[in-house]
Each structure stands twice: as C-alpha cells, then as structure tokens.
Design a binder for this molecule. Structure first.
Ligand code: R5P
Length: 269
C-alpha cells in the first residue's frame, strides 16, 4: 500500500484500536426506501458522531450529507439492479473520478460468488481494484449472499478469499459459525454486516462474537438504524468494538441510553 492508500485506510480503521464501527446506509441502491432510511438525512444526522465511517451511494451523499462532515466516506460504486430482478447482475455505477471529487476514503461494491453473474461481479472487483491502486483508494469488497447460498464458513470463506485474491483491501461479509476459519483464510481485514434486524441483545452478541473471532469491526446498518433507540445501539456496539466491553456491559449501556433516548420530550413552557 502506498502512503495515500494507507492514509485513507487509517481514517476508516482506527489506528489506536485497530478496529472500526462503520455505519451502512446504502440499502436503497437496490431496495428503495428501506424502513428507517426513508429520509436518510434524518437517520444519519443523529448517528454520524458515533460512526467511524459511513457507507452510502453518491446520490444520498450529495443530497443528504453535509459536505463539512469529517466522517470518512466509503462510497458504494456498484448497482444497476433492484429487488424485483436478478440481484447479481451488478455493474460499476460510479467513476473513480467522481469518487475522488467526492473525497471518499474508500470505494465498495458487491461480489456474488455462486450467483448467476459471478464472473461479471468478480471482474468488476478486479477493475475497481486496478482503479483504486492507480489513485490510492482502498476497495472494500462485499460478499453478497444469494438466496440459494449457505451462509456458512465454507461458502463465506470461499467468497472472502476470492475477494482478497483479486486485490480487495478489506472485505465485508456475514458472521457465521466457525468464523475464525473465514478470518484465517482471508489475508485482509474483515468487517461484518449486521444483516436483518434482530433483537438488540443478539446483535450485540453477534458483534462480540465477530470481534473475538478476528473481525476488525462491523459495517452495520439495519440493526442500528431500525433499533428502537439507534443512538443507544451504535454506542453499545462501539463499546464492544473499541472498549472491549462484554455483551452484558454493552446491553446495560444500551438499556440505560435507550431509556434516555425514548423518554417523551416535555414541551418547553
Ligand atoms: C448490502 O449489500 C449492503 O451493503 C448493506 O449495507 C449491508 O448489508 C449492511 O447492512 P446490514 O447491517 O443492514 O446488513
């Protein structure tokens, strides 16, 4: 990695802890106005101070995020599909020049290993890595999992290793049983997605398990912004990732902060 690439990378993965809490709000690029993200500006505003990086598309970045923000941006540059059709048929949507103009810290796209358009998405990744190398911009590969795939260590290990072999600088994947095996087989840092909304305690457990199995952090979306108390949740996740809190400690913190966040506001007299 050259200096520029290392510099961008260190904005995403905190050098003091070697870990990261990324906030993913890119879901709309294929599923439209996702619950909790109907108005991205409102959702993101309150969470931004607690996110080490923000993952989103250029459309939402331009329309909904204050350009004065200091949070590093991980820009999704793949798409072209919707939940109504074959999801693996993605292309690269955003030029590297636009990513540079937007001053992003990394670019990201999905690969669909085992999907109908597997080859196309893997070649997209290779092309994006070539562009990232040219301009010093790290590439985050997301291992998207098709309906017919098993989210197990064998499958995720395969997908993550392929992403790393093609040159991805870090990889986002799902947590699974025997996640240590996925970590061991992947020579670049891994962050885990949260997946569908689950109870807060379970999402905190997932975070804890992922970190203790060797992930460098989370790139979490729905389990934060769909939580009853999103700010409390991201703070609880941070306590595990950056402060080595246990699940019990993080749950206590979540419940304390939730009580505050959900307290009915008394109108000013
Ligand atoms: C999916 O491809 C997107 O990258 C999402 O941002 C990702 O799944 C992470 O969000 P969540 O924690 O909601 O799964």
């Amino acid at each position: 990695m050259d200096w520029g690439m290392k510099n961008r990378f260190s904005k995403i993965i905190r050098p003091d802890t070697g870990r990261t809490v990324m906030l993913a709000v890119d879901h709309g690029y294929f599923q439209g106005p996702t619950t909790g993200l109907e108005e991205p500006r409102k959702t993101v505003e309150q969470l931004l101070p607690y996110a080490d990086a923000l993952m989103l598309t250029r459309g939402v970045l331009r329309t909904s995020i204050d350009p004065a923000v200091s949070t590093p941006i991980v820009l999704r540059v793949s798409g072209g599909t919707s939940i109504l059709k074959e999801l693996s048929n993605e292309g690269l949507t955003t030029s590297i020049e636009d990513a540079i103009r937007l001053n992003v810290s990394a670019v990201t796209m999905s690969i669909f290993v085992g999907g109908e358009y597997e080859r196309q998405t893997l070649l997209n990744l290779s092309k994006l890595v070539n562009l990232g190398e040219r301009y010093g911009i790290p590439v985050l590969a997301v291992t998207a999992v098709g309906r017919d795939m098993n989210r197990d260590a064998r499958y995720l290990g395969l997908a993550c290793r392929i992403a790393a072999e093609l040159g991805a600088h870090f990889v986002k994947t799902y947590f699974c049983e025997d996640f240590e095996k996925v970590v061991r087989g992947c020579p670049v840092p891994l962050v885990v997605a949260g997946g569908k909304k689950i109870p807060e305690q379970d999402a905190l457990q997932l975070t804890y398990n992922a970190i203790h199995a060797g992930a460098v952090g989370v790139d979490m979306g729905r389990n934060i912004f769909q939580s009853e108390a999103p700010v409390a949740m991201i703070k609880a996740v941070r306590s595990i990732v950056h402060e080595n809190a246990t699940v019990d400690e993080a749950s206590i913190l979540y419940n304390l902060l939730k009580a505050e966040e959900t307290k009915p506001k008394v109108p000013a007299q």
